[in-house]
Design a binder for this molecule. Structure first.
Ligand code: 1HE
Length: 268
């Protein structure tokens, strides 16, 4: 079993909550948690290790008042990168974010303040996004003379649709509040701190058998990349493994003998 605390990360602070949930905090608040090359490498190392570290769920939060200001523009300016160099850097962003999306461990993003550019690309790689009342979303790449390079064309387009993403990039449109929920940028909008809700969701998800969560947090994404024919085959194979696991047998027995909770509507 890997110990994520031994990875030597400095731009990401790690804390175990004692119940199997890892709280990972972006830790460059003075730079609004902008993603420099080192931060991206730390994300790669962290999310490479998470599936093999016995972690049941991750809450991804940030120190400071903003979740993430996206690409470190000052570093990008200073480094004066060429096309091949920046392409290779983008591939590292993809490495990190693909490890998150396909890693099989639920990642709940607790958002606040700016979730912009590459910060939105990072949030999009989580499985659930929780916003607070001060959270706002934007893709300011167009205004900066840039383009997305961390997967927004895939994940943000999947969340909000192509037309809205193009509008965000052309016009600099900012989404926040209930509108951000309605267009799909986040699934929860809370009055208090988003991390409280994110932690609560993580604890609920952590009660599912790890193999079920693995399928939910990897197979669904893989299936999106497949033809309907391959997708249905893959779903059947995954269900064959997951739905016959010992943990599901115990839960089915509990349902059959009427000791398991029933699914009820929310109380109004
Ligand atoms: C940064 C960055 C950054 C702040 N790179 N250093 N992303 C953007 O276009 C967003 C750029 N940032 C902002 O619009 C604002 O900084 C915020 C709305 C996020 C926060 O505003 P504020 O008033 O709280 O902070 P600030 O005074 O603007 O910045 C505070 C410090 O953070 C300052 O550093 P300091 O050393 O002068 O104190 C800023 O330089 C630093 N900072 N944001 C570097 N992004 C794979 S391609 C992805 C392409 C993109 O992501 S493009 C979108 C980039």
């Amino acid at each position: 079993m890997i110990d994520v605390h031994g990875l030597g990360l400095t731009n990401i602070a790690l804390r175990d909550d004692g119940e199997g949930v890892l709280v990972a905090s972006l830790n460059r608040p003075a730079k609004r948690n902008a993603l420099d090359a080192q931060s991206v490498e730390e994300l790669v190392r962290l999310f490479d290790a998470v599936p093999r570290a016995g972690i049941k769920a991750v809450v991804l939060r940030a120190e400071g008042t903003h979740f993430c200001a996206g690409l470190d523009l000052v570093e990008h300016h200073r480094e004066d990168r060429g096309p091949a160099e920046f392409m290779l850097l983008c591939l590292r962003w993809h490495e990190a974010f693909n490890k998150m999306e396909y890693g099989g461990v639920p990642i709940i993003a607790a958002l606040k303040g700016a979730v912009v550019g590459g910060g939105l690309e990072l949030a999009s790689a989580a499985h659930i996004r929780v916003a607070d009342q001060g959270t706002y979303f934007a893709l300011p790449e167009g205004q900066r003379g840039l383009f997305t390079g961390g997967g927004a064309t895939i994940r943000v387009a999947a969340l909000v649709g192509k037309a809205r993403m193009i509008d965000m990039m052309l016009s600099g449109r900012v989404y926040q509040g209930a509108e951000a929920v309605s267009v799909g940028l986040c699934q929860y909008l809370v009055d208090g701190p988003s991390e409280d809700k994110a932690l609560a969701i993580a604890h609920i998800a952590a009660q599912n058998p790890p193999l079920s969560n693995f399928a939910i947090c990897s197979a669904i994404s893989h299936v999106q990349n497949m033809s309907a024919l391959d997708a249905s085959y893959t779903e059947a194979v995954v269900a064959g493994i997951v739905n016959t696991q010992p943990a599901s047998r115990e839960r089915l027995a509990a349902f059959a003998n009427k000791t398991a909770a029933r699914v009820r509507p929310n109380e109004t």
